[in-house]
Structure formats: structure tokens, C-alpha cells
Design a protein around this ligand. Structure first.
Ligand code: ADP
Ligand code: MG
Length: 245
């Protein structure tokens, strides 16, 4: 579904990404791990069009999407959430998700009223599947941090993505919120068939859900493989998991 090859990105001469390689197959849950500054967010920003690569290719369903603007990449079926919460904090939970649902709607203007009804229905379904129904009318800015992160996932789902990219979905969450989020990710993957690419510091979560793990360090891909292979790789243990890890 997604093939990233030799992706490079510099900021004012600083190589944030020097050689990123990544493969995501349809239906997989793939984790990207690596210390702070490894280039994980930069990689995601390149895939979703927030940043433009210096070189390399990003193939999504066989098409090179490198350099396309974010809204086009979104329409092709890639949704995302951000490391730092990114919502309209003065809008209600419902409106936040509905804006996303409608922005992806390709209906013509004459069908607008129909589209409106459909978007209300779809928004309700998304809120239900993420357990946000009871909070639909809350002002988003008043939600707990954990609920705001879940709302971000709901917004990303509003674009009906085939591939969902989550940048540290559990950042700042309590252990309980973290395990709820893990369950949500499993649900999205298994019941909705959404392919998930995420980066995460919580290794327990990574190893309990990922089918495959890509390890990054200093902008390079060190290894990509199944959890057991990654866990037992000596380079990974030295570089990231800290020897005996
Ligand atoms: P990670 O998400 O793995 O923590 P990032 O992709 O955010 O890493 O950052 C990789 C490196 O690129 C870091 O050294 C960071 O300081 C640098 N970097 C990221 N974004 C920018 C930017 N917009 N301008 C300059 N340097 C940046
Ligand atoms: Mg990051």
C-alpha cells in the first residue's frame, strides 16, 4: 500500500532524514520507533504532504505522491493525527468531526442538503465507534487531554482513510487512557480494516499491536521487521533499547 524509498529531508543543511525506507502492506499495523529527533515526525510530514522531500519516492497504491499538497494526499486515502493536539478547540466535538467528514465530501452543490444529512449520520457513526457519543456536544477545548487525542483520531477518520497515520497517539496520556487507545487502534484495524502506521514511545503498546516495526536513528532506517526480529536485533538493542533492553 505504501512504499517509501531513499527519502531525504534537510532543514538548513541539517539532515533530519537521510535515508528512510518503509513498507506498509494493506491491513497491517506498522510502528515506527526511535529516540527523540530520529526523524519520525519528519517522515510522517513528508508522507502526508506537510513537508516536501529533497529526494526519494513515496508510493501510495502505486502512485508517487511525493510533493503533492496535503489535501490531495488526504483525498487519496491517507488520514493523520498530530503529535501535538490539533483540533478546533472552540467547536464542539461533533462539529470538529463533521468538518472533516464534509471536507472530504465530493458531492456537487445541488446535492448539498443530502450531503449534509449524510455527514451528520457519518459523524455520529464515527463518534460512536470511538466512544465519544456522550461528549458530542462538549466544547473540544474543555475535554481532557486523552479525549482530545481520541477526538483527533475521530477527525482523521472523517476523511475515510485507508491508511491512518498516528504520531504518538498516546503522548501525555495516563496508563488507563493509553490502554483504551490501544483497544481503539485494534478496533480500527480489525473491524474497519484500516491500515495503521504510527510512532510511539510506549514499547509495551508497540510490541502488543504492531505486525511490523521500523526502527529509526539519526534519520536512517536501521531495521524493519516483525516484532521478534526487531527485539532480538543487536543493533537495535545497542542503539535504542539500551543493551539488555
Ligand atoms: P522525532 O519525531 O523522531 O522526534 P523529528 O522528525 O521531529 O524527530 O525531528 C528530526 C530532526 O529534525 C530533529 O533533530 C529536529 O530538531 C529536526 N527538525 C524537525 N523539524 C524541523 C524544522 N522544521 N526545522 C528545523 N529542524 C527540524
Ligand atoms: Mg515526533
Amino acid at each position: 500500500m505504501l512504499i517509501v524509498e531513499n527519502l531525504q529531508k534537510s532543514f538548513d543543511g541539517f539532515r533530519a532524514l537521510s535515508d528512510a525506507q518503509l513498507k506498509v502492506e494493506k491491513g497491517e499495523v506498522v510502528a515506527v520507533i526511535g529516540p527523540n529527533g530520529a526523524g519520525k515526525t519528519t517522515l510522517f510530514n513528508l508522507i502526508t504532504g506537510q513537508l516536501k522531500a529533497d529526494s526519494g519516492s513515496i508510493l501510495f497504491k502505486g502512485e508517487n505522491i511525493a510533493g503533492l499538497p496535503p489535501y490531495l494526499i488526504c483525498r487519496k486515502g491517507i488520514g493523520r493525527s498530530f503529535q501535538v493536539v490539533n483540533i478546533f478547540s472552540r467547536l464542539s466535538v461533533f462539529e470538529n468531526v463533521r468538518v472533516a467528514v464534509m471536507s472530504c465530501n465530493k458531492s456537487t452543490f445541488s446535492l448539498f442538503s443530502k450531503a449534509k444529512e449524510t455527514s451528520v449520520y457519518e459523524t455520529g457513526e464515527i463518534l460512536k465507534s470511538l466512544g465519544l457519543t456522550e461528549k458530542a456536544d462538549r466544547i473540544s477545548g474543555s475535554l481532557s487531554h486523552g479525549d482530545q487525542k481520541v477526538l483527533e483520531m475521530a477527525i482523521a477518520l472523517g476523511n475515510r482513510p485507508e491508511l491512518l497515520i498516528l504520531d504518538e497517539p498516546t503522548a501525555g496520556m495516563s496508563p488507563e487512557e493509553t490502554s483504551d487507545t490501544l483497544e481503539l487502534m485494534k478496533l480500527l484495524s480489525r473491524e474497519r480494516g484500516i491500515t495503521i502506521l504510527f510512532c510511539e514511545h510506549d514499547m509495551e503498546l508497540v510490541f502488543s499491536i504492531a505486525n511490523r516495526i521500523m526502527v529509526m536513528q539519526h534519520g536512517r532506517t536501521i531495521i524493519q521487521g516483525e516484532p521478534d526480529v526487531v527485539r532480538n536485533d543487536t543493533h537495535v538493542q545497542e542503539a535504542y533499547l539500551g543493551g539488555g533492553g
